[in-house]
Design a protein around this ligand. Structure first.
Ligand SMILES: [Zn+2]
Length: 493
């Protein structure tokens, strides 16, 4: 055998050993630019869309805008109402900016600033109250398991103050707390059942770390809604004013409780004035937005790659507080729109079908992703992969999750990065994560696209378009397109 033939045999063997990738068309890649991505983020993060609280007028306006984009790309509608896939959620919208004022033993009230000093929890009930405050530790009452923050303390007619985090230990001789007993909703319901009229909760700063400002959140956990029961998150500084024993008192009390696994509850010489006005509805319509590009291969077209990201965020709290959600997740939603354009501008249709979905209600418990996974465009058993894009534009490198449960798919993304920008870190994790979770649980392989250092402004008013890293964002979406194109052409399974 000549040396030339030996060399060509080795070349053939190498070709067999290395995975073969379908090359993403340049015409598709060319539409993915930082400028275009950031322009869509700016549109979605605009105050006119009210922070895109799922089911709110601002959210529905954003959903219709996205549906128009899918239509302009010529995608097939994938909802039962054109591109819109409607379902019902629990809904709570603030009709005024919540207020809080606190007074110590001297009775002199100080007004607190919405955003910096406090926020209302998304599913706070309404109320206009003024009352003395009692400290109730973790706000947990499970006497049957050997722990009760309310034991021996009368909180009737009072506002209770408690920690937002839950203990890292289990009570008494138990190995766990009661299921779902530590959610925001349960802390309110337990306080209400003990006669309290409102709840303030707060985080203690980790040692050596600055205290975190209160956030916006609509995650509440299962159960009935305490409609006439305000629930606010306050800063550690405001909490220490109420505790009345100087800086460090909150951490000291938490340390004592953790050490002895015994409550430190007490009445305080402090008063709080709270007002919250919200419209609550147990059932309120919201929608996912679904656009479909049919595959070109007669067999593979029955299989759909799902590319999704959530469109919703945590809304606004009256005129006084607004959560733009630029990174979370205007960035992911804009990426899905631009990926749809890249696929339709590629000049050739992929073999497999691609379903583009903007999910609603991620923020209140993955409701849109769960709904879509239960009502998919094509059966999930024929779904080779689901890509989720969530918080993809802030930070300094690309991370792709689910690599421990979808290693082959992850390795394809990694190899494509190695051959290109080399911006992807090797850190990954198992399972789906956020909106990928219902798909992972249904047996679909997933990839979770996110940036490293993505969360400095998570659920804060500061999550603004100006904080995003345009060049990184473009690189991530292009790598996602390269990987998605490869899967859509039959790769990965
Ligand atoms: Zn979020």
């Amino acid at each position: 055998m000549s040396t030339i033939r030996i060399a060509s045999c080795i070349a053939v063997l190498l070709l067999i050993a290395a995975p073969v990738f379908a090359q993403a068309p340049d015409a598709g890649l060319a539409v993915i630019t930082a400028d275009k991505l950031l322009a869509d983020v700016a549109h979605l993060a605009d105050p006119a869309l009210d922070g895109r609280l799922a089911g709110s007028p601002g959210y529905v306006t954003a959903a219709r805008w996205a549906a128009d984009r899918f239509a302009s790309l010529g995608l097939e509608p994938g909802g039962e109402d054109g591109y819109l896939q409607w379902f019902d959620i629990e809904y709570n919208a603030f009709t005024a900016t919540p207020t809080l004022a606190v007074a110590g033993a001297d009775g002199a009230f100080t007004d607190c600033a919405i955003g910096a000093d406090f926020t209302a929890r998304g599913f706070s009930g309404s109320g206009d109250l003024s009352s003395s405050v009692a400290f109730v530790g973790y706000g947990l009452s499970q006497p049957d398991r050997g722990y009760d923050d309310y034991a021996g303390l009368d909180v009737t007619g009072k506002i209770v103050l408690c920690f937002k985090p839950n203990p890292s230990w289990a009570p008494g001789d138990s190995t766990t707390w009661a299921p779902d007993s530590q959610t925001p909703r349960q802390k309110s319901l337990v306080a209400q059942a003990h006669g309290a009229i409102g709840l303030l909760w707060f985080e203690t700063a980790a040692p050596g770390k600055p205290a975190r400002a209160p956030i916006g959140s609509v995650l509440h956990g299962p159960g009935v809604m305490p409609e006439r029961f305000p629930q606010l998150e306050i800063s550690e500084a405001v909490a220490e004013n109420l505790l009345g024993a100087g800086a460090g008192e909150a951490a000291r009390l938490r340390g004592l409780i953790d050490q002895a696994k015994k409550p430190q509850s007490r009445a305080l010489e402090a008063t709080a004035k709270v007002s919250v006005y919200a419209d609550y509805s147990a059932k309120h319509p919201t929608c996912n937005v679904v656009g479909v590009l049919r595959g070109s291969d007669p067999q593979l077209a029955a299989q759909a790659l799902v590319i999704g990201g959530h469109l919703d965020h945590v809304g606004r709290q009256g005129p006084g507080l607004y959560f733009p959600g630029a990174n979370d997740n205007a960035s992911g939603a804009s990426a899905v729109l631009r990926l749809a354009e890249a696929f339709t501008r590629a000049g050739t249709r992929p073999a497999r079908t691609v379903v583009f979905v903007l999910f609603s209600s991620e923020e209140s418990g993955l409701e849109g992703a769960k709904w879509h996974a239960a009502h998919p465009f094509l059966p999930l058993k024929d779904t080779p992969a689901m890509f989720n894009l969530d918080c993809v534009a802030c930070g300094d490198s690309i991370q792709v999750g689910s690599g421990k449960t979808s290693p082959e798919l992850w390795a394809r993304a990694r190899a494509l990065d190695e051959a290109g920008d080399r911006f992807m870190v090797t850190r990954t994790w198992a399972d789906g994560g956020a909106d990928a979770t219902p798909f992972h649980q249904a047996g679909v392989k997933t990839l979770y696209w996110v940036t490293t250092k993505s969360y400095p402004h998570l659920h804060a008013p500061a999550d603004l378009p100006g904080t995003l890293n345009g060049p990184l964002y473009e690189k991530l979406v292009r790598l996602c397109f390269r990987t998605a194109w490869d899967v859509a052409m039959g790769g990965g399974s």
